[in-house]
Write a protein that binds this ligand. Structure first.
Ligand code: NDP
Length: 332
């Protein structure tokens, strides 16, 4: 079996040389264990953000979909598919009894109603649950309200905007290329979308959200978020999901932040950060709605697929650079 091991902490953009590929012979499985062949590996922003939290070397974790090839756990028979957190490896041995209480998170791939199994690490997986609970629980959107999403063409953002449309909101998205903007407006039904790299954000928002902003789903942090937050309506709600605009930066060297407290007090805003495992017990609720919406055509998904175990780091760095429209996944 092969797996990626992070051998040193990333400085700036991660490099292929920050990882080793380690090969080993897996032992026969024991009672309670399953042997899993990886089929789809996820590359996500948190793999970058969490890097310094773990001492090196560590195995590169991430969500993945795999096929059970051998089993001594009747809950996961040979031929069934599971979602685990075993990350960037081609084979793994998992003991679900032990793993459930640790970071290895094992559950059966939800019923995808004939859709691609890769959705198990995307729209019907962790990013789907993030969009669903992070938006609906924290923003509590009402029909007719105006919602702004940054990182709008990514895995989470593209779902948030479409869920907001399903709930009857007016949706404005920001993403990093004109192609992404076209996709959001012409295929996903966003009311307006803008390339944050080429527009004056404050100006376009005044025009696109004449009634102000009620909900902001923040995927990127940084200055664009301060501009958006300053244009919120009274009693607006802000769901802080991530801050990818700073993940590759040395936080001690960033410019001073815009002061937001005046806006927060005077407009009585609610700002709440979250980590999606908060709703772990309820993920199946999200998966049921999301797969139903995908099947009915009210929710569209797109994937940026990289092929091959050898190319996982490229896929990861490409995602951080914005190569992906929709969810970045690797087919093993
Ligand atoms: P995406 O699929 O959105 O991929 C990352 C995208 O980030 C890129 O495509 C790029 O798009 C954008 N990006 C990169 N650099 C910058 C920058 N400097 N400024 C603005 N945008 C940038 O990833 P996910 O959907 O998986 O994740 C989106 C966010 O959600 C991340 O912040 C992530 O950490 C967070 N997250 C949080 C969770 C939680 O539990 N709180 C769970 C899952 C995700 P572009 O071309 O538009 O720049």
């Amino acid at each position: 079996a092969r797996k990626y091991v992070v051998k040193r902490h990333f400085e700036g953009v991660p490099k292929r040389d920050d990882f080793d590929i380690v090969e080993s012979e897996l032992p026969p499985i024991q009672n309670g264990e399953i042997l899993v062949k990886t089929e789809w590996v996820s590359v996500d922003p948190y793999l970058r953000a969490y890097n310094t939290r773990f001492p090196v070397p560590y195995d590169q974790f991430s969500y993945q979909v795999g096929l059970v090839e051998d089993s001594k756990d009747p809950r996961y028979p040979v031929g069934s598919r599971i979602v685990s957190h075993k990350g960037w490896c081609d084979y793994s041995i998992i003991n679900a009894n032990v793993s459930n209480s640790s970071a290895d998170i094992v559950y059966k791939l939800p019923d995808l109603k004939g859709l691609s199994n890769s959705l198990g690490v995307g729209a019907v997986g962790m990013p789907g649950a993030t969009a669903y609970f992070g938006f609906l629980e924290i923003c509590q959107p009402k029909a007719g309200e105006t919602v702004v999403v940054t990182g709008a063409a990514g895995a989470v953002g593209s779902l948030v905007g479409q869920i907001a449309k399903i709930k009857g909101c007016r949706v404005i998205g920001f993403a990093g290329s004109d192609d992404k903007v076209n996709w959001l407006e012409n295929e996903l039904g966003f009311d307006r979308a803008f390339n944050y790299k080429t527009v004056d954000v404050q100006k376009v928002l005044k025009e696109a959200a004449p009634k102000g902003i009620d909900c902001y789903f923040d995927n990127v942090g940084g200055e664009i978020s301060s501009i958006i937050i300053n244009q919120m309506n009274d009693l607006g709600r802000i769901s802080v999901c991530g801050s990818i605009s700073t993940y590759n930066d040395d936080l001690s060297k960033l410019p001073k932040a815009t002061i937001l407290q005046v806006a927060i007090v005077m407009k009585q805003l609610k700002i709440e950060g979250f980590l999606v495992p908060r709703w772990r017990d309820r993920w199946p609720e999200a998966f049921a709605d999301l797969s139903k919406w995908i099947k009915s055509g009210s929710l569209k998904t797109r994937e940026h697929i990289t092929e091959g175990f050898e190319n996982i780091v490229d896929a990861f760095v490409g995602m951080l650079n914005g190569d992906n429209t929709g969810k970045a996944v690797v087919k093993i």
